[in-house]
Design a protein around this ligand. Structure first.
Ligand code: ADP
Ligand code: ZN
Ligand code: MG
Length: 704
């Protein structure tokens, strides 16, 4: 159904709309069930103690198209008439209930045309329109006066009166200019709150959905006001569909006769869309194609080859991205504990190794994918923030990238440059997949159930092979350990690979259409949505056994290491075991399989090993120690380092020049069985960390 624009414009005043609405509510019958739909809804409204009634626009349009069109064009008078019509019908059902209600709210759902936020124009002012987008900001709920009682503070009057005399208060409170009772304008007017009427009020901001934004453009947004039962119906991060009357914002200053006005949507109905994934439409034909594809024994290879086909090589990374796009299976325990199914992958690499390209590609193919930079495109950054609107001074809760990507995936480029606030909040976002915030009176917990594909640049410009992962990137170990897989991309000249890569890149440049993906991007996106929506693979006993053996084996290796070297390294942790399960589940999902087989488990293990090798761990020799990978310091080393710091601290007190010479430190360290070699290295590490400094050559002091 679609309404022609020319039809809408120029509709005459309708006679007695209230009666026509009453007719509609009374006699409209559902086509399928034959039931009197709105009589029933009114009955339910009364029983549940509500005062708003949802009306499907389509019903009204089918019943009385003139009435429906006038509703769009003159929403204010028509909604008032409809509200009265609801009252009349409710009165028949329950006159006592009706007496307790000041006003019934008709809620109009589902207009035929959705206006894109960037297409909103002056023609829409005063009209009922429907928009869709993401709720990005919301103020706390406030109370707005709709019917005020004022007391005239003039010494000769002191009387109270209702204001405004007719109708309700608009966006701005208009103070009375003179007293309607005594006629004088002198003396002030004071609001009497206990006698005035208020409704819940909240301002929100709706932004275009990422998939609607033309590439290279900044997202547009519009302010909206929700009142009464509509407040808090949706939260920042929610995808919403809403109808409302487009209004211009009055500044409150009567003299603003000429000027530029801001617009906002006075919301009539709001609905948070049934979140996860349903935006990707899958037809019956698509479903057949998807099932056919899944039968191919080479399906895994075909999907991986279809990821960023213009990028040469990086097979394991592309596989990791594919697994991330499909995701594992989230688990919810009875007590509410939740284990995430989302897979997080981090790429650390030299400049120009196609990291950004891979991320952008993944964000395009992922259902509900977002590409952002660690620095954050908005004030809310990666998680969320309470921000103050510059022009109005109002506080808002604003959703960041991970909340906006809820149910999908967030590609975060240059994650090493993220803001301090995000650095602490991202831990919760990665593991519990929520973002909690409490500031300026706003307390909220938002969902951030998204997988993260992040990329970072090495701290020293290039990845240093002889240094640990943690030393190479400006991210704390606590964040690193939350990634399921981490890969290092090194830009090392290798004439054989370089030749092939050059050939590939040049071919891409010559004829871009030649590097079509095996599975077209649109079909792959549908395939992924389908798998995420319908496939929940279960672990088989064989797969469990294999994962268990691998885990125990890896733990044992570090045990053996411990007894031989008298050190206490931390082996791979249960975190990695959970990661293996997710990867194996995702691998099964890629073939739309209901069970996680031994092959899926093997592939998960292969990738985990590829990750460990990529970050410089020799898996076969058994020198595996997550602590070294993450912090660059095995536990014992950590202990030795703190002994050295203590030595410097204590010895500095013994001198009068404020530092301790290297020779002295080494001498003292020998008492603890720490070699001079180690001391030299330790001093370098501690200086780089900023724990100590060198006020004079070879003389060290602890930074206070
Ligand atoms: P990074 O984000 O890692 O610094 P970019 O994604 O910006 O790198 O890549 C730089 C350029 O080099 C891009 O145009 C990319 O297509 C190209 N490039 C780098 N590595 C490859 C590769 N393996 N295959 C094809 N193109 C590549
Ligand atoms: Zn008066
Ligand atoms: Mg880059």
């Amino acid at each position: 159904m679609s309404i022609d624009e020319t039809e809408i414009i120029g509709v005459e005043e309708l006679s007695d709309p209230k009666l026509r609405f009453e007719e509609f509510l009374k006699t409209f019958q559902d086509r399928v069930t034959g039931k009197f739909k709105y009589r029933e809804r009114i009955r339910r409204m009364i029983i549940t103690g509500m005062k708003s009634l949802v009306i499907d626009f389509e019903d009204l349009y089918m019943y009385d198209s003139d009435l429906a069109r006038t509703l769009i064009n003159q929403p204010d008078t028509m909604l008032a008439a409809l509200s009265e019509a609801i009252r009349s019908l409710a009165e028949i059902e329950d006159p006592e209930y009706v007496k307790t209600i000041d006003k019934f709210y008709p809620r109009i759902k589902g207009l035929p045309n959705v206006v894109r936020i960037r297409d909103i124009r002056s023609d829409h002012i005063g009209k009922l329109i429907m928009i869709e987008g993401i709720l990005v900001r919301a103020t706390p709920i406030r109370e707005k006066v709709v019917k005020a009682v004022f007391r005239h503070m003039h010494p000769e009057c002191g009387q109270e009166f209702m204001w405004p005399p007719k109708g309700e208060m608009g966006e701005v409170i208009e103070y009375p200019l003179f007293c309607p009772l005594c006629g004088k304008s002198g003396g002030s007017f004071k609001l009497v709150p206990e006698k005035s009427k208020f409704i819940d009020w909240q301002k929100i901001v709706i932004q275009e959905r990422p998939e609607e934004i033309p590439s290279g453009q900044i997202p547009r947004s519009i302010e909206a006001v929700v009142t009464a039962d509509l407040v808090d119906k949706a939260r920042p991060g929610d995808r919403v569909s809403l109808t409302g009357v487009l209004r211009i914002k009055q500044t409150g200053k009567k003299k603003a006769s000429i000027g530029i006005f801001d617009i906002y949507l006075d919301v009539n109905y709001i609905e948070a869309s049934q979140r996860l994934l349903e935006e990707v439409e899958i037809t019956k034909e698509d479903e057949e194609k998807i099932k056919e594809l899944a039968k191919d024994p080479w399906i895994h290879k075909r999907i991986i080859a279809s990821i960023a086909p213009t990028i040469y090589g990086h097979w394991d990374i592309k596989e990791a991205i594919a697994l991330l796009l499909f995701g594992g299976v989230p688990k919810q325990a009875e007590d509410g504990t939740r284990i995430r199914g989302d897979i997080h992958v981090l790429l650390i690499g030299d400049p120009g190794t196609a990291k950004s390209q891979l991320l952008q590609y993944a964000a395009r193919i992922a259902p509900r994918g977002i590409y952002t930079s660690g620095k954050g495109a908005t004030a809310a950054g990666l998680t969320a923030a309470v921000v103050r609107d510059k022009s109005t001074g109002e506080w808002y809760l604003e959703a960041g990238a991970l909340v906006l990507a809820d149910g999908g995936m967030a590609a975060i480029d240059e994650i090493d440059k993220m803001r301090e606030e995000d650095r602490s909040a991202i831990h919760e976002a990665m593991e519990q997949q929520t973002v909690s915030i409490a500031k300026a009176g706003i307390v909220a917990r938002l969902n951030a159930r998204s997988s993260i594909l992040a990329a970072g640049n090495p701290k020293f410009g290039r990845y240093m092979k002889d240094r640990s992962l943690a030393e190479n990137i400006n991210l704390p170990a606590t964040i690193l350990s939350r990634f399921d897989l981490i890969f290092v991309l090194k830009d090392e000249p290798d004439s054989k690979i370089d030749y092939l890569m050059a050939e590939h890149i040049l071919r891409v440049h010559k004829e871009i259409e030649l590097v079509k993906p095996d599975i077209p991007a649109s079909l792959l996106r549908k395939y992924i949505s389908y798998a995420r929506r319908y496939v929940r693979p279960k672990l088989t006993d064989e797969a469990i056994k294999l994962l268990q053996e691998f885990f125990v084996e890896m733990r044992k290796m570090s045990e053996a290491q411990e007894s031989s070297r008298r050190e206490t390294p931390v082996a791979i942790t249960p975190r990695q075991l959970e990661a293996l399960v997710r990867l194996a589940e995702a691998h099964a999902k890629m073939a739309l399989r209901e069970y996680v087989t031994i092959e899926d488990a093997e592939e998960a293990i292969r990738l985990m090993k590829a990750f460990l090798e990529s970050v410089g761990i020799d898996v076969e020799s058994g020198k595996i120690d997550i602590d070294i990978i993450m912090t660059g310091k095995p536990r014992s080393q950590q202990e030795k380092l703190s002994i050295i710091v203590d030595i410097i601290e204590n010895e500095t007190l013994e001198t009068d020049y404020g530092c301790v010479y290297m020779k002295k430190i080494a001498e003292k360290a020998r008492e603890y069985n720490i070699s001079e070699d180690f001391v030299e290295r330790a001093l370098r590490i501690l200086r780089r960390e900023g724990t100590i400094y060198e006020p004079k050559p070879h003389c060290y002091a602890v930074v206070k």
